[in-house]
Write a new protein. Sequence first.
Length: 650
Amino acid sequence: MITDAVSSSPLFASDHKRDAYGFSVRPHHVQRYREYVKIYQEEEGERSDRWNSFLEDHAHSAASPVNGSSEEKKVLRFHQIWTEIRPSLRAIEDLMSARVKLESSKRGGCENDSEDEFYDVERSNPVQDDESSDGTCMSACPWKEELEVLVRGGAPMALRGELWQAFAGVKKRRVENYYQNLLAADGLGKDTEMQPADEKGLSGDPLAAVEKWKGQIEKDLPRTFPGHPALDDDGRNALRRLLTAYARHNPSVGYCQAMNFFAGLLLLLMPEENAFWSLIGIIDDYFNDYYSEEMIESQVDQRVLEELVRERFPKLVQHLDYLGVHVACVTAPWFLSIFINMLPWESGNRVMLFRTALALMEFYGPTLITTKDAGDAITLLQSMTGSTFDSSQLVFTACMGYQDVNESRLQELRSKHRPAVMAALEERLKGLQAWRDSKDPKSVLLNFSKASLSSNGSLPRSESGSSNADDVLISLTLNGDGGEIDCCQDLQGQVLRLKGELCNLVEEKRSALLRAEELEVALMEMVKQDNRRHLNAKIEQLEQGVTELRKLVSDKKDQEAAMIQVLMRMEQEHKVTEDARRAAEQDAAAQRRAAEVLQEKYEEAVAGLGEMEERAVMAESMLEATLQYHKAQPSPRKVLKQDLPVMISP
């Protein structure tokens, strides 16, 4: 299953060559995408926390559904091939299912209303419509404002598919086996609860109506997200079945290019049958008459957007008018594809139509004003929208900067522009019918006969007195089998007059061809003159550019001369500094040598002092020894005193 392939892939690839949805990032956007990967991860975590908290707070609502009944529970048991959304989203699902039921009752009770009235009901804000018409339902939803804030903040990737189903009222729309009967060849004529012919007011075989779209569907299948791992053979088969089933469900729309991208995205987010009912809810309700053959509402919305752009960005529109670029040339693919495959996926899955388009014009308008031709403007806008990775900034600008672009204002502008679109459509249909009539041989013969008869100044009359030119034409075309000609008095004269008129027409044709050739030559001369003017204007612009470049070159030369002088002064100062450095180094060397000499002398003095200290110590020791020696010997005087009496006594 496609959804399994997407859910099994990592949220953000490590090499950043594919985004969270499995799509390849363009090589020139890889670097910018890497800058936002961390932001995406943080925002995804915050969104998941907010939604989980909201669903946990209102889990009791899911336990008691609004329309809960035993019959509904029985239906859920039989939906084995039908994947239901998680129970925590039951409250939102029941609210939107009540809206779908209310719209169905409105359609059944207003059969005499016009398509425009149906359109206004379906395209308006569903929650506001329900609130004005069913106060009981809204009074039971005190968390409505909180839900709106969460939706503006974005849905987490894990819940996005289920939330889309809940908001589209898929559960209420689903009719058992209806999708299978649309795909089965023998099931197209079965009477089900929801017949496509009755729903759209059409009659006939739906199979015959859808066969003409098969070729285009087959062509667009390989173009739908090529290279995506989920859209392999099985994925393309599922997309083929989905588009074919919708074409059979709604033959008035059938298949329109750009629907394949939206259907493919739905298949990436939900199972096949869920995607079918989601596609019905979105296209039939919110984009009614958007993808029909006439594409009336798409043209109306483009005119509405053009008026809004002219009102908000007059300078940008004036520049685009000068280049010959219509706003619809760029914005029509945005609206038809609902910005899918136009913006990066993180941004494209969160946008609104009108407000997002205005926000993009605000982002890239200043850059568009600098373009010189229509091709550059269109290419630049297409390439720059593909690099709008800041989804939060885009949604914030769209919601806060254009709050006055609300549903009532849009409905007012649609009512204003719809008559002009219808009138233009009628004119195109009349022109197409006239062209077809001009290619019809009978119509050519009718006009030729009328011109011939009017040029003669009188109408041939039949024997019954009829002067109707149609009778003359019938007599000329249908009575060539040899029957009697009742409406012409003289067949031979009529033939001669017709031959003469034919010759005149041939001459007029030749003169017209000559005149056309002359006009073509004159037109070519005018084109050449216009080209010359354009070339002269370009030459003047180039000369101005050359003059400016010369001024820049002269300024650069002056700057270069000033820089050279500065460099010379710096070089001289460098030389002086180098000489001073050398002198300082010499002085330092001399001082080092003197210091070394002083150090040597100091060491010698220290050594001398050491020797002197040793000598002093030796002298002191010798002196002490001498003193001790003398203390041990008797004094000479004492000896003399002792010996003196001895000497006298004899």
